[in-house]
Design a protein around this ligand. Structure first.
Ligand code: ADP
Ligand code: MG
Ligand code: ZN
Length: 623
């Protein structure tokens, strides 16, 4: 976007130069009139002669005692003289014997005015201005501006794109969001039609949803569909080092948009400026508030029928200032949620268009294995699969590439060269099979689709993948309990088989504790507390942090109950494994050998079907 702004008439540099020139002038021509005249060098001899002739009036010596300055001469025509100090012990006596001589403590001014100016004025000011200039240039560079001293104007990277090249076809799933945005597209096509009827479209729409769900993509698609320019700026770019810059940027943004109307203005991460203003904290973020106020003013100020539509995106809508959500501002809220099974498949297909695929790729299977993944993660899975195909020298992406990259993206990269000792490998095998077996032995746990003991860079030494048949939105108390049992299954297997425990269960323990705690404090699933929320989720889109809201006594009771819940499930897991030792051994030995077991292999092993090479004397039967 070309910058059409004039630099301010009087920049800081301009002013600084004026002040500087005035000082130079004063120093060079005015001040010397008041400074003392030139010093004349004389010999010590001459000094003594003048002293004897009663011509000396004032005498001063420098601190080192090496130079004497004195004034001498007829009244009204005195001059300054300088002489090297002779090692003269009688000097004081001599001077005292001349009552007309006064002792000066101050060294009489002796340097020449030019040196004086250079040292006293030019040098320090030069240094100050030089350093300041460099500092400012540096900052400006980081802010992306090109003109070092342009404070007044917004040099934000306001990205203006004539064509985004993105359409609704590039956004998979998110049908509800697209539908809501279609009206805006129609409006931008023909603002006149709306104006004639007198219909006012909302000035702004807020895209709300977790990171990576395609909010930015949707905003671009709206511009692409409507064939209008797209101005985007990120909220964090508004918050600047200098107070007032953010507000200036907002002004600038809206001015540019008004010139290009109809168009889209997109403010990404609006929560960085749009946070609730906190009442009167001294030294609070003034800059942010100014920026927000300016945004509100601009939004109120412009005429919606001109065809400027403001879109904004955030993943923390609850932290937004209510003023932003008032009618006439971002009063339309468009949820952009994580994709469901069908949505995930569609997103995978959209991104798969860009890579070469083998025939018969089962996207549904991949979509099933990626419950909870965002659009960005799914796009990444496709890319990882393509990278893997290239690495292995194949010309097209195969199903196995996709399967592998699901794990790469979701569970971290495979670490092929990590070395486990034989014993460690056996422990990990039993640990993972413990999880899988406890899952298989409970009717309401999700089926196991894969067990592996190939370490991940995430630190996990093994990994048991369970996949629900469909997206589960509601979990019963029993299902949650069996989830906890499955999580404790790994540790339980270690105990049952080896009689000792390892550090390998830390993540399981953490998850089990979280689940148990949530059951009690959030889902109302404990008998003691019933349906009382002891914890509230403060941000549902960003990790879902919770905060405790109960008395310390209750907190203690909660902790006790959490321990009880987890212990009960752990006991259940131990029990299940003890009753199915044969299956545990068989599957674990097989896993130890093969390192990876698929869901089907797992099931047939459980049923006691002979695997090639598997020792099968028993027919352990799952419940
Ligand atoms: P957000 O702004 O919500 O954090 P983005 O719009 O930046 O997410 O999405 C990041 C990337 O993820 C996009 O560029 C796109 O490749 C991919 N993506 C996300 N959601 C979708 C979707 N619904 N359809 C297709 N691609 C998507
Ligand atoms: Mg974004
Ligand atoms: Zn585990």
């Amino acid at each position: 976007m070309a910058d059409k702004h004039q630099p301010p008439k009087r920049s800081l540099l301009y002013n600084a130069i004026i002040v500087f020139l005035v000082m130079m002038f004063l120093n060079a021509f005015i001040f010397p009139l008041f400074t003392r005249p030139q010093v004349t060098e004389v010999t010590y001899d001459a000094f003594l002669e003048m002293l004897d002739a009663n011509q000396v009036h004032e005498v001063a010596m420098d601190s080192a005692g090496s130079t004497i300055l004195f004034t001498a001469g007829e009244e009204g025509a005195q001059r300054i003289y300088r002489t090297g100090a002779w090692p003269d012990d009688d000097l004081t006596q001599r001077l005292l014997s001349h009552p007309e001589v006064s002792f000066e403590t101050e060294i009489i001014e002796e340097t020449s005015p030019l040196v004086n100016i250079l040292l006293g004025w030019v040098l320090p000011y030069g240094l100050i201005f030089g350093a300041g200039y460099l500092l400012m240039r540096n900052m400006q560079k980081r802010l992306g501006g090109e003109n070092a001293m342009n404070f007044g104007k917004a040099n934000a990277k306001i990205v203006g794109e004539e064509k985004t090249g993105v359409t609704f076809n590039d956004v998979a799933g998110e049908d509800e969001a697209k539908e809501a945005l279609t009206e805006i597209v129609n409006f931008l096509h023909d603002p006149q039609k709306y104006a004639e009827i007198g219909a006012k479209l909302p000035k702004g729409a807020l895209l709300v949803g977790p990171p990576g769900t395609g909010k930015t993509l949707l905003a671009k698609a709206v511009a692409g569909e409507a064939h209008v320019p797209f101005f985007s700026i990120s909220g964090s770019e508004f918050v600047q080092m200098f107070v007032g810059m953010g507000a200036a940027k907002v002004r600038d943004l809206f001015k540019q948009a008004a010139e290009k109307a109809p168009c889209i203005v997109f403010i990404d991460e609006i929560d960085t400026i749009g946070k609730k203003r906190d009442g009167g904290v001294i030294g609070g973020n003034d800059e942010r508030e100014q920026t927000l106020n300016q945004l509100l003013t601009e939004m109120d100020g412009f005429d919606a029928n001109k065809g400027v539509v403001i879109l904004a995106a955030t993943n923390r809508p609850d932290s937004l200032d209510p003023a932003l959500l008032r009618p006439g501002r971002f009063d339309r809220r468009i949820p952009v949620e994580l994709p469901d099974l069908a949505g995930r498949e569609a997103i995978l297909r959209v991104h798969a268009r860009q890579v070469k695929l083998e025939r018969h790729i089962d996207f549904t299977a991949i979509a099933r294995a990626t419950s909870g993944a965002s659009g960005a993660e799914l796009a990444n899975i496709i890319n990882e699969a393509a990278l893997r195909a290239v690495r292995e020298g194949r010309a097209a992406v195969a199903q196995s590439d996709l399967e592998e990259s699901v794990e790469t993206v979701i569970a971290g990269y495979q670490r092929k060269n990590a070395v486990l000792s034989e014993h460690e490998k056996r422990v990990v095998s039993y640990h993972e099979v413990g999880h899988a077996l406890v899952a298989a032995l409970q009717s309401n746990a999700a089926p196991v689709t894969k067990i592996t003991i190939v370490p991940r860079t995430s630190g996990a030494l093994g990994y048991t993948m369970q996949v629900d048949q469909d997206d589960k939105k509601l979990l019963t108390r029993e299902e949650l309990l069996s989830k906890i049992a499955v999580l404790t299954g790994g540790r339980a297997a270690e105990e049952v088989v080896f009689g000792s425990v390892t550090t390998g269960a830390s993540n399981d323990i953490e998850q089990a504790t979280k689940l148990a705690r949530a059951m009690i404090t959030r889902y109302g699933m404990s008998d003691e507390f019933g349906m009382v929320a002891m914890e509230t989720v403060s941000n549902q889109y960003l990790g879902g942090d919770t905060s405790l809201a109960c008395s310390p006594d209750t907190a203690t009771a909660i902790d006790r109950q959490v321990v009880e819940v987890v212990r009960a499930q752990h006991d259940k897991a131990v029990e299940l494994l003890k009753n199915n030792m044969a299956s545990l051994n068989r599957v674990a030995e097989y896993l130890y050998r093969e390192e990876t077991i698929t869901g089907e292999q797992f099931m047939s092993l459980l049923r006691g079907l002979p695997e090639p090479g598997a020792t099968s004397q028993d027919a352990g039967d799952p419940a």
